[in-house]
Design a protein around this ligand. Structure first.
Ligand SMILES: CSC[C@H]1O[C@H](OP(=O)(O)O)[C@H](O)[C@@H]1O
Ligand SMILES: Nc1ncnc2[nH]cnc12
Length: 292
């Protein structure tokens, strides 16, 4: 049985996890480079948690500059079984208003300038991303939101753009007409890498604006985003504290196999694998190596 350890990745305006007890910080090095910041270890209730601000302290890293591989590898290395990411996002629907939390369950990748896989030449893997969010984890987040009376809806599609610029009006209308629900710049490749690392992943997308399509709302800017995040920080903390308080002590097997994603994913023959890459994959492929 594996002990559950919950990783919380904080997004814009979320650089801390209030309520974390017995906090200790550690800088973790990874074969992929340095994560965005030191990991903050602690617990809420009986649940061990690890907090990482994805942009680093003081928001040093841009969406394209974040070392997503180092962030996910570091969380894997310290035993994280489930990741809950918190992300600010724009909304394409009038009913998804600023302050609402959306538990997105699909992503569309419009990024083009980020390393989005741990695998590559010398060890090729193709994991399924059909269902990128771990449903049990999302259900737990939803239950925590309901228990804390935090406005939250389940389901939605998050389009991830490269940024750092916000979208043009034409792009915004295109995404809206395509039926996407919210927009951000960071959930990918995070979700893809978490899947490759066999970590269950879910995103709490906090609506902060209506991007630039809404005739009755101002076009998004940073100040408006941070203002909404600050106003809703207490709700986010309450939700996360409740989630962690109620979290099971042992990791529950993911019904869609997020935690076994590498079974049947690696296509490179053992004799054709690159030793240097395999070394870098020691944490990501840890379960497979232990099973051999
Ligand atoms: C501060 S506005 C744009 C910025 O906000 C979102 O950040 P995160 O997803 O980390 O909460 C968006 O993705 C951009 O990085
Ligand atoms: N409208 C928007 N577009 C991209 N990222 C965002 N983060 C918050 N609001 C956003």
């Amino acid at each position: 049985m594996t002990a559950a350890v919950v990783g919380i990745i904080g997004g814009s305006g979320v650089y801390d996890l209030p309520g974390l007890e017995d906090v200790r910080e550690e800088r973790i090095d990874t074969p992929w480079g340095a994560p965005s910041d030191a990991l903050r270890f602690g617990r809420i209730g009986k649940t061990n948690a690890v907090f990482l601000p994805r942009h680093g302290r003081g928001h040093a890293f841009s969406p394209s500059g974040i070392n997503y591989r180092a962030n996910i590898d570091a969380l894997k290395r310290v035993g994280v079984t489930d990741i809950v990411s918190v992300s600010a996002c724009g909304s394409f629907r009038a009913e998804l208003y600023p302050g609402l939390f959306v538990l997105v369950d699909q992503f569309v990748d419009r990024t083009f300038s980020r390393a989005s896989s741990f695998f590559g030449d010398g060890c090729v893997a193709h994991v399924s991303m059909a269902h990128p969010v771990a449903p049990q984890l999302a259900e737990r987040i939803h239950a925590a939101a309901q228990a804390e009376e935090v406005a939250c809806v389940a389901g939605g599609t998050y389009v991830c753009i490269e940024g750092p610029q916000f979208s043009t009006y034409a792009e915004s209308l295109t995404y809206k007409n395509a039926g996407y629900d919210v927009i951000g710049m960071t959930a990918l490749p995070e979700a893809k890498l978490a899947r490759e690392a066999e970590i269950s992943y879910a995103t709490i997308a906090m609506v902060t604006d209506f991007d630039c399509w809404h005739p009755e709302h101002d076009n998004v800017d940073v100040a408006a985003v941070i203002d909404v995040v600050k106003k809703n920080a207490a709700s986010a903390s309450r939700l996360l504290a409740r989630l962690l308080h109620d979290f099971p002590e042992t990791h529950e097997p993911c019904p869609i196999g997020s935690d076994r994603a590498l079974d049947n994913a690696i296509i490179t023959a053992p004799e054709a694998r690159d030793a240097a890459l395999l070394k870098k994959l020691d944490a990501v492929m840890g379960r497979l190596n232990r099973a051999r």
